[in-house]
Structure formats: structure tokens, C-alpha cells
Design a protein around this ligand. Structure first.
Ligand SMILES: Cc1cc2nc3c(=O)[nH]c(=O)nc-3n(C[C@H](O)[C@H](O)[C@H](O)COP(=O)(O)O)c2cc1C
Length: 195
């Protein structure tokens, strides 16, 4: 497949099953993450691989954080969160090591982390696997970040749930449903109010 078709073809996949990429395939995917643009060559990207039983350890940490945030959390709510972190065979926690008071603004350091994540998503797709990027309250909970090695100023910018598309759960392969170019692109020729 041509690279451009691969980019146009990618969709997020939330219903995931074994296997996840591993070995040389996973290394290629992670190398693609390291090809993200990076102002100042700060190399801020940190990818934490959570696999096997470690997913259950992380799921417990997430549930404890949820219960601390929401003391009225019910058992089904806790189970829902736990299953998110244990269903996919591979979870990649996405971190950015942030340098404070640096000439490269923190926003640019975090944007480089987002660019790396997008490269990972495209590489996962190119290797024939599926993934989805999620954040939510768990990703922004300081206790979850700290357990994964990210305390301020470093940031946990989300999780990639990675595996093989589960057609039984997700129906037939999805096609990308994308907005119209005309809603997002203009040919700029000066400020609207310019004479
Ligand atoms: C920074 C970021 C955080 C996201 N967090 C969530 C999330 O917590 N839960 C969710 O269902 N989708 C989340 N999404 C959206 C999905 O990753 C995905 O983009 C969306 O389901 C659309 O699918 P598509 O990539 O095929 O267009 C997030 C996207 C981004 C960029």
C-alpha cells in the first residue's frame, strides 16, 4: 500500500484482542515514534510498555485513583475502568519529559509528544495492528502518572491501547469517516477585515 493511502486509511480501533505487536515489529513502531519533530532536540518522549500481568497492576492503580476521586464509585464503574486497561494486550503509557523554564516552550515539548503518538498510531496501522489513544480523568490523575514515572513537570499525555482488531466485537472493519476538506481548509489571502 502507498504511504499516503495508509495514512488516509487509518482509523482508531477500540475493540482489541491478542496478539499485540512485539519484537522487531514493536521496535519499528516505537522507532517511528522517535521520528517525531522535536524543537531543540530535547527528545522528550517516554513510552512505558505495559503488558501481561502488569496491565492488571496498572488497572488496580487506575481503579484506586478513581475511587479516591469519586468515593461513590460503584463496582460496575470500577469494573468498566479495569477492563479498559486489561482488554487490550498492550498498553503504551505516553509520557513527555518536560523541561521547565527552557527556551523551548512547554507547549512545544508536549506537542512533540503528541506528534510522536500520531507516528505510533500510523506505524501500528502500517504494521497491520489497531490502536486507540485515550486520556480522560485517569490520564490526568497525578497518582496514575506518578505510578508510571511521570511527576510534574513531566506529563502523562494518555494511553495507547494496542492489539489486533477484534472483528467479533467491533463488526466489520471500519472505514475512515472523515470531514470535508472545505470545512477545515481555506486559501488565505489576508485578514477578512483588510481593505
Ligand atoms: C489527546 C486525545 C485524547 C483522546 N482521549 C479519548 C478518550 O479518552 N476516550 C475516547 O473514546 N477517545 C479519545 N480520543 C479520541 C480517539 O483517540 C479517536 O481519535 C476517536 O475515537 C476518533 O477515531 P479516529 O481516530 O478513527 O478518527 C482522544 C483523542 C486524542 C487526540
Amino acid at each position: 500500500m502507498r504511504a499516503i493511502d495508509m495514512l488516509l486509511d487509518r482509523v482508531s480501533v477500540s475493540a482489541l484482542q491478542d496478539p499485540a505487536p512485539d519484537g522487531a515489529t514493536l521496535d519499528r513502531i516505537l522507532e517511528a515514534g522517535l521520528r517525531a519533530p522535536d524543537h531543540g532536540k530535547l527528545r522528550p518522549w517516554r513510552f512505558v510498555l505495559v503488558r501481561g500481568d502488569a496491565r492488571f497492576v496498572l488497572a488496580d492503580i487506575v481503579v484506586r485513583a478513581l475511587q479516591a476521586r469519586e468515593p461513590d464509585c460503584t463496582a460496575p464503574m470500577a469494573d468498566k475502568q479495569r477492563s479498559k486497561f486489561t482488554r487490550a494486550p498492550l498498553v503504551i503509557a505516553l509520557g513527555v519529559q518536560v523541561l521547565e523554564n527552557h527556551k523551548i516552550p512547554e507547549l512545544e515539548q508536549i506537542m512533540s509528544g503528541a506528534a510522536a503518538t500520531m507516528n505510533l498510531l500510523n506505524a501500528i496501522h502500517a504494521e497491520g495492528f489497531g490502536a486507540i489513544w485515550v486520556t480522560g480523568a485517569n490520564a490526568y490523575d497525578p497518582s496514575v502518572g506518578a505510578a508510571l514515572g511521570f511527576t510534574r513537570p513531566d506529563r502523562l499525555i494518555g494511553f495507547l491501547f494496542v492489539g489486533t482488531r477484534s472483528d467479533t466485537q467491533d463488526g466489520p472493519p471500519r472505514v475512515a469517516n472523515r470531514p470535508a476538506l472545505s470545512d477545515h481548509v481555506i486559501d488565505w489571502s489576508g485578514p477578512a477585515s483588510a481593505p
